[in-house]
Design a protein around this ligand. Structure first.
Ligand SMILES: [Mg+2]
Length: 324
């Protein structure tokens, strides 16, 4: 597959160029990565990100509870922190735009779950905002502190590196398909897939380990599918990334769903978004260390000289999500 630059990628490129201020030495990493990094004390850096969930774009009201939304909002934001390596989450601010007819109980339930999530991941909720809106949406800005090591960026992949994934592959996309289909029996039959969509697990421990041990040369969280992640790494690291996941990358529940849905599992694993695992590259000589320290990480491809992303051993059509 050739990585095509869609309207969303072009807009992001324009944003990055617009906000490239010269001279601010406190801004160690600006727009273009999963997080921004700011120097905020001797040897300590602040890592910041923001993300949102919009009704109609990311979910439909008929299959979302306020608890689902609070959990997912927290986790997709923390996932960005995880992708920067050795980062300890600290705090967040949260906001939402709500339709006029939103029952007060909805907001209370959302907040109750948000508090639970904040406690679970060891962050505080430092503030927020509420406004009326035409569509419900929920947003968060979260920040963390680096440990002693440099953050892992999207820019360091090198020819000869291997491509790894840690976390689910394709489960969330299959889960969303089930939710969209609206069949309760399917939701019941494949609870792990639905859970993968609503409750992604931010890979904070894996990210911190990869950063602390300086194992990963480049990393991002897998929000838009393996093909898209590979294309981003290829572009920013100026190399060619080959995506080639083996049979071991297919979870049992996804395999069972695919048998029922009549689609190859790689369709979901390569093209499906919202898994929020970590996609990273590392020199081949570090394979032994990675296998020992992070057995859940799987080799799903490799890095070569050249440009762009390519998919091996799969002829199905892969569609990545585009916002615009
Ligand atoms: Mg990200």
């Amino acid at each position: 597959m050739k990585a095509k630059k869609g309207a969303e990628a072009r807009l992001i490129e324009h944003i990055e160029k617009t906000f490239r201020f010269p001279g601010d030495r406190r801004l160690l990493l600006g727009p273009g990565d999963d997080c921004a990094v700011l120097r905020h004390g001797a040897g300590r850096d602040l890592v910041i990100t923001t993300d949102e969930i919009v009704e109609g774009t990311h979910y439909l009201a008929r299959f979302a509870t306020p608890e689902d939304l609070a959990r997912k909002l927290t986790r997709i934001n923390l996932s960005d922190l995880a992708s920067m390596g050795d980062v300890r989450p600290v705090s967040c601010v949260v906001g939402s735009g709500l339709k006029k007819d939103t029952p007060p109980d909805f907001t209370r339930r959302f907040m109750r779950e948000l508090k639970k999530e904040a406690l679970r991941f060891g962050i505080s909720v430092a503030g927020g905002n509420l406004a009326g809106a035409r569509e419900n949406h929920f947003y968060m800005t979260v920040w963390g502190e680096t440990g002693g090591t440099q953050p892992v960026t999207r820019y360091g992949a090198k020819p000869g590196d291997l491509l790894f994934n840690v976390g689910p592959l394709g489960l969330a996309a299959a889960g969303l398909e089930i939710l969209m289909g609206g069949k309760a029996a399917l939701c019941k039959k494949f609870p792990g897939l639905v859970k993968a969509f609503w409750r992604p697990e931010p890979q904070l421990a894996a990210g911190a380990l990869l950063g602390r041990k300086e194992l990963a040369s480049a990393m991002l969280d897998n929000s838009d599918g393996l093909a898209r992640s590979a294309a981003i790494l290829a572009e920013l690291s100026r190399c060619r990334v080959i995506v080639s996941p083996g049979e071991g990358a297919c979870a049992r529940e996804l395999r069972a769903y695919c048998a029922a849905a009549g689609r190859p599992w790689r369709y979901y694993a390569i093209g499906g978004g919202e898994d929020y695992g970590l996609v990273f590259t590392a020199p081949a000589r570090k394979l032994g260390d990675i296998k020992r320290l992070l057995p859940a990480a799987l080799v799903v491809g490799r890095v070569e000289k050249g440009r762009g992303a390519a998919i091996e051993n799969f002829n199905g059509k892969v569609k990545s999500f585009e916002h615009f």
